[in-house]
Design a protein around this ligand. Structure first.
Ligand SMILES: Cc1cc2nc3c(=O)[nH]c(=O)nc-3n(C[C@H](O)[C@H](O)[C@H](O)COP(=O)(O)O)c2cc1C
Length: 346
């Protein structure tokens, strides 16, 4: 299916629509960089004392109970199709008791008409719902508009995405990140909701994490390399081809980003995302110190199809995760964390 821009959509909406189109049909995943989870093995225990049907996957994240340690990754809002995507994702999140991140709400600041594409609280009244804005657009003066946008959708928390590489590859992207750490600190301290910092698939590593030691963040989502590369997406949107392959393949692999941030910020709530594709990826990430995992692009096509298709994808993923806990003798997530991982070549 090729999605055509529709007449009623303005520039930013058209860009969102192109992102969806390219993410559905283009070669947007890293070609040479992997998440690094393949370098680790979950210890297998042939004498597990668990029962597959009685494992406990429930956890708390940002003050809300989740039935599994899983968030639907930030994707969209603004384009007409985004409303369908968000509602199918939210219906699935509600049915399965997992959390959901919305796409960037910047478009809501000066366009009330697009707000309905983010509206999901009527179908998902209790899910952990995380709003979204770009660090490049974040400043103290936008806080009132941001709070209005978050209240409007009923968000429990805000994810701020930092994406200097993506913006640099985008035509007319926001490329001035000077002062962004101070602005993040100020907004995180001012906003009345918990704030999480995330990347978009190029990774938050040790150097960035060191800047966050005194920042009042509620969570960090490492959003590392190995899955969707937004430096690829933006080149495909802009040129229809990859003109800077080395930049398209640049990022901190998710497993490495996870270990670095966990070491630098031992107490912070941590999301592992970027190339999380299977329950085994999730199990390894959780065993390595993540509190929850997030999945974005694999849910895009199911979300256009139906809520049932999203539920089916997620149930398969959660089913694999359950088998991972069972097979390594972990009755719950704390036991999985204690089991840890081993180097794959040991
Ligand atoms: C269609 C699409 C739109 C996205 N839009 C946003 C966004 O608005 N805000 C954001 O923080 N991340 C956005 N992302 C990035 C994802 O949240 C995620 O960090 C990234 O795709 C890596 O995860 P993945 O490999 O599971 O796709 C988007 C991803 C996709 C696939």
């Amino acid at each position: 299916m090729t999605l055509r821009p529709v007449g009623s959509e303005d520039g930013m909406q058209l860009r969102k629509r192109r992102h969806i189109d390219v993410c559905l049909h283009g070669p947007v995943e890293y070609e040479t960089v992997t998440t690094g989870f393949e370098d680790y093995r979950l210890p297998y225990n042939a004498l597990t004392q668990t029962s597959l049907s009685r494992l406990e996957l429930g956890t708390e994240f940002l003050g809300k109970r989740l039935s599994a340690p899983l968030l639907i990754g930030a994707m969209t809002g603004g384009a007409e199709l985004s409303g369908i995507i968000n509602r199918n994702l939210a219906t699935a999140a509600h049915r399965l008791g997992v959390g959901m991140m919305l796409g960037s709400q910047r478009i809501m600041f000066d366009n009330d008409a697009v707000a309905r594409s983010f509206a999901v609280r009527d179908i998902a009244p209790d899910v952990l719902l995380i709003g979204n804005v770009g660090l490049a657009q974040l400043s103290e003066p936008v806080v009132p508009a941001l709070e209005r946008a978050l209240d409007h959708v009923g968000a429990d928390a805000l994810a701020v995405h930092t994406n200097p590489l993506q913006e640099a590859m985008q035509r007319d992207g926001d490329t001035d990140f000077t002062g962004s750490i101070d602005r993040l600190r100020t907004v995180a301290a001012t906003l009345r909701k918990p704030v999480m910092l995330k990347e978009v698939g190029h990774g938050i590593g040790a150097t960035a994490a060191a800047e966050l030691v005194d920042c009042p963040l509620a969570a960090v989502d490492v959003a590392g390399a190995g899955g969707t590369s937004w430096a690829r997406v933006e080149q495909l949107v802009r040129y229809g081809e990859i003109r800077s392959p080395a930049l398209a393949e640049w990022g901190i692999p998710t497993a490495q980003a996870l270990l670095e941030v966990r070491r630098t910020l031992p107490g912070v709530a941590l999301v592992a995302s970027g190339g999380i594709r299977t329950g085994m990826d999730a199990a390894k990430a959780l065993a390595m110190g993540a509190d929850v995992v997030a999945v974005a692009r694999p849910l895009l096509a199911p979300a256009i199809e139906s809520a049932d298709a999203v539920v089916e994808w997620l149930q398969h993923f959660i089913g694999e995760l359950r088998v991972c806990l069972h097979g390594c003798g972990a009755a719950d997530l704390a036991a999985l964390r204690r089991a840890g991982v081993q180097p794959a070549d040991s």
